[in-house]
Write a protein of this length. Structure first.
Length: 217
């Protein structure tokens, strides 16, 4: 399947519990560097890992809608609407059917790539999209992959260091994109909110105001 198509569509999933600049800023950079036309932010319904999600899906969708001001960014509720445990393969298959003529790019963090061996039907995911990895570490090379629990040699064959090659030809390629690190996590944000500490500059001001008013956490 070729990916030299019409639009470049980014797919970015996560709990977004709550969404913050650690999510948004790297997407801003990736969108600019890779000329993505659209990015779908897709909140998880129930994590397929042991990660506990605090806010209900409706609240996390609302938070994304408040936080995302770029017209390229769209909030997609398909995993929450589908219900049950969320698996990326189901989401990618659904988006692939919805946008059969467009380029699909799954966007993940390096920490997520490190657990790729646990993904459900990972080879099928690779057959339906390319993957852009947000690499926020200090080293920008294959040495970043030392902790990945799959054979490094097998990764070498699908990791592309040339953007032109990555964006042409067939699906199944991975590109490590260096992005600016934002030292914040959703867990820390929830803790700060609970302890009435400042969260200014960690997320958009309009979302900060909404969170303080609605006391989700």
């Amino acid at each position: 399947m070729k990916n030299n198509r019409d639009k470049r569509v980014g797919i970015f999933g996560g709990a977004f519990d709550p969404v913050h600049y650690g999510h948004i800023n790297p997407i801003d950079e990736i969108c600019s560097i890779h000329n993505l036309d659209i990015v779908y932010f897709i909140p998880t319904n129930v994590s397929n890992s042991n990660k506990k999600i605090i806010a209900p899906g409706s609240k996390r969708i609302k938070m994304l809608e408040i936080a995302l001001s770029d017209e390229k960014y769209h909030v997609d509720d398909r995993e929450i609407s589908r219900g049950g445990v969320s698996y990326m393969i189901n989401t990618i298959e659904s988006i692939s059917k919805q946008f059969p003529k467009d380029n699909l790019y799954l966007i993940i963090g390096l920490d997520v790539l490190a657990n790729v061996d646990k993904w459900d039907r990972f080879p099928e995911i690779l057959s339906l999209c390319n993957i852009i990895v947000s690499n926020r570490g200090n080293e920008y090379s294959m040495s970043n992959l030392n902790d990945i629990k799959i054979n490094k040699a097998s990764l070498s064959s699908i990791i592309s260091s040339d953007p032109a090659i990555f964006h042409s030809g067939s699906y199944g390629k991975i590109y490590l994109e260096k992005t600016t690190s934002v030292n914040i996590s959703s867990t820390e944000l929830r803790s700060k909110l609970k302890n009435k500490e400042t969260i200014s500059n960690l997320l958009p001001s309009q979302l900060e105001e909404w969170l303080l008013k609605n006391k989700v956490y």
